[in-house]
Design a protein around this ligand. Structure first.
Ligand code: TIU
Length: 221
């Protein structure tokens, strides 16, 4: 099925069979109190507004038979995959690997590292564990997409200017056509949300397209 989404900077055309929904880092460590996001001094309530529209998009993508891929940012329990620069940067109240209220901060297998219940992956959906901000760096994402014949990505998740942006830039350089759903990505900072979205579609779609979820849902129908 070919479809078109009303988007910035111009309509985004996609084929359902070659398009995947990518949900980036909707983890308790970022969107719930007590996790990594909050230890960095952020107000997590800014991210929670993404959950409801993203849930609607996830349901629609599943019903349409789209490939759904989730990602999680995090590290091995021995921190062997965490660069010292990431571990020691800044002065967070808790560092990666420290015990937090939801388990060790950003460590694989811990409760806080996992995806929130509202967006829980189905057993047949792939979850990509990544050590960095981008979803392609040091992961099997590209091989997975190639195996499924995916050439277009509908991108959602958090945070807009960090993991979403890094992933869209990586994807764009690899030739994927990215549509970022503006109300399904969230930032702790309103100004970064606004600038982050504007930077995607500026200059004729330098990194891709943006559109609110309702436009994508309409195209799916
Ligand atoms: N701190 C922040 O805005 N984001 C991250 O550290 N990771 C993601 O964006 N997933």
């Amino acid at each position: 099925m070919n479809a078109s989404v009303e988007a910035e900077p111009y309509p985004y055309r996609f084929d359902l069979a070659t398009t995947a929904l990518l949900i980036i880092d909707m983890q308790r460590d970022f969107v719930e109190p007590g996790g990594f996001g909050e230890t960095l001094g952020n107000d997590v309530s800014m991210l929670r507004r993404v959950i409801a529209p993203l849930r609607e998009v996830l349901d629609a993508a599943r019903a349409a038979g789209m490939l759904v891929v989730h990602t999680r940012e995090g590290h091995e329990p021995d921190l062997s995959d965490c660069p010292p620069a990431k571990l020691t940067r800044g002065e967070p109240s808790l560092r990666i690997g420290d015990p937090g209220p939801k388990g060790r901060i950003l460590i694989r297998g811990e409760y806080g590292h996992d995806i929130i219940d509202e967006l829980k992956p189905l057993p047949d959906e792939t979850v990509i564990d990544k050590p960095g901000k981008g979803s392609f760096y040091a992961t099997g994402l590209q091989d997975l997409l190639t195996a499924h014949g995916i050439t277009s990505l509908v991108v959602t998740g958090v945070t807009t200017e960090v993991c979403v942006h890094t992933t869209v830039r990586e994807a764009n350089d690899r030739g994927y056509e990215c549509l970022v759903l503006s109300d399904c990505v969230g930032s702790y900072f309103q100004e970064f949300q606004d600038a982050g979205l504007a930077m995607i579609s500026a200059q004729g779609g330098i990194f891709g397209w943006t559109a609110p979820a309702k436009q994508f849902l309409e195209a799916l129908r």
